[in-house]
Design a protein around this ligand. Structure first.
Ligand code: AHG
Ligand code: MN
Ligand code: MN
Length: 318
């Protein structure tokens, strides 16, 4: 279907952009707009916490693990609290599933959307002042609005996302999202306290300038095709770049052209990255930006999830 072109004036604030395009996006009625604004607001608070992470006692581990077996960091939990609080106060999200909690949270407010979120992505990079992120997906609640949420409400194919995006807390902070009509990037202007449109209608470049993967995994990779692809990248002298924060790696590849790989390995036979909290959102953005996201030789957006913390191998990019 032909995309309806929208007016994308550089410098417009995220708030105004959401409001002015509300009618042009298929699903962006008032409630979804408010939900996006709630996420943006929480991200500003998280951004502030991250910026002062070295000065106050919010770095390091809390001494417990999340469902995926990751050691939780103080900032993982802090970011989770900020986003959960903003979404529950906003009243548009009926429920949240987060990488940091075992089960979903029902906000019991009749909200027609649900949110899945990786509140802090790349948290092992915090202590060393390297970019981290937040990844989110928004779906419509499938069960009747007057009934409690059920796990099935969260087990939706990525294809059914109404909107998805990420926040990159990097050398500048960016809010990048799509409601299914292209991808737009907003840079945080801290003196204004606003996200401002800086990267309208982002498209993957045609050429692949980078490949990104944890090469230490090579001996444990289970698929010969993946090893062949890595050899091909090297033969073609494609530059290797791996930060270890998925959001940052994805963002670089999106802007500059590149491919990110997290294959199946001996340690992670289903891949490491989480379908609901990480891969689906980025896959949605990738397809919107003219790229591809594959798992098990098919679009990752077509996978029917069977559990909230499910992982999948993930190949995404140009
Ligand atoms: P999180 O901090 O949310 O647990 O995510 C970490 C993820 C992802 O950001 C990154 O791409 C990947 O883990 C790195 O994994 P390796 O350390 O195995 O390379
Ligand atoms: Mn993550
Ligand atoms: Mn995380």
């Amino acid at each position: 279907m032909e995309k309806s072109r929208i007016d994308l004036p550089i410098g417009i604030t995220l708030d105004r952009f959401i409001k002015s395009n509300q009618s042009q996006y298929p699903h962006a009625a008032g409630a979804l707009s408010q939900l996006l604004r709630d996420l943006a607001l929480a991200s500003k608070v998280v951004n502030r916490e991250i910026n002062k992470a070295g000065l106050i006692d919010i770095m390091g581990y809390v001494g417990q693990m999340n469902s995926a077996g990751d050691n939780q960091q103080k900032l993982d939990l802090l970011a989770n609290t900020r986003f959960t609080r903003a979404l529950s106060k906003g009243g548009e999200a009926g429920g949240i599933a987060s990488e940091e909690t075992d089960s979903f949270v029902d906000l019991h407010n009749g909200g027609k959307y649900i949110v899945t979120i990786d509140p802090l992505d790349g948290s092992s990079n915090i202590d060393v002042n390297v970019s981290v992120g937040t990844i989110f997906s928004i779906y419509k609640k499938q069960s009747p609005l007057d009934e409690p949420l059920v796990e099935q409400d969260f087990l939706q194919k990525g294809r059914l996302q109404i909107a998805a995006g990420y926040i990159l807390y990097g050398s500048s902070t960016m809010f990048v999202y799509s409601t299914g009509n292209g991808v737009n990037g907003f840079t945080y202007e801290s003196t204004l306290g606003e996200y401002v449109l800086s990267h309208p209608d982002i498209q993957f470049g045609e050429s692949c300038s980078y490949f990104s993967m944890n090469e230490a995994l090579c001996l444990d990779i289970m698929d010969q095709e993946v090893l062949n692809f890595i050899s091909f990248c090297k033969e073609e002298r494609i530059t290797a770049r791996y930060i270890g924060s998925l959001v940052a790696d994805f963002h670089r590849n999106l802007l500059k052209g590149g491919v990110f790989l997290y294959p199946r390995t001996q340690k992670y036979p289903n891949g490491k990255l989480r379908l609901l909290f990480e891969s689906n959102a980025l896959a949605f953005l990738a397809e919107q930006a003219g790229g591809l996201a594959i798992s098990n030789e098919r679009p990752i957006l077509d996978i029917q999830p069977t559990s909230i913390h499910e992982t999948a191998e993930f190949y995404v990019g140009t």
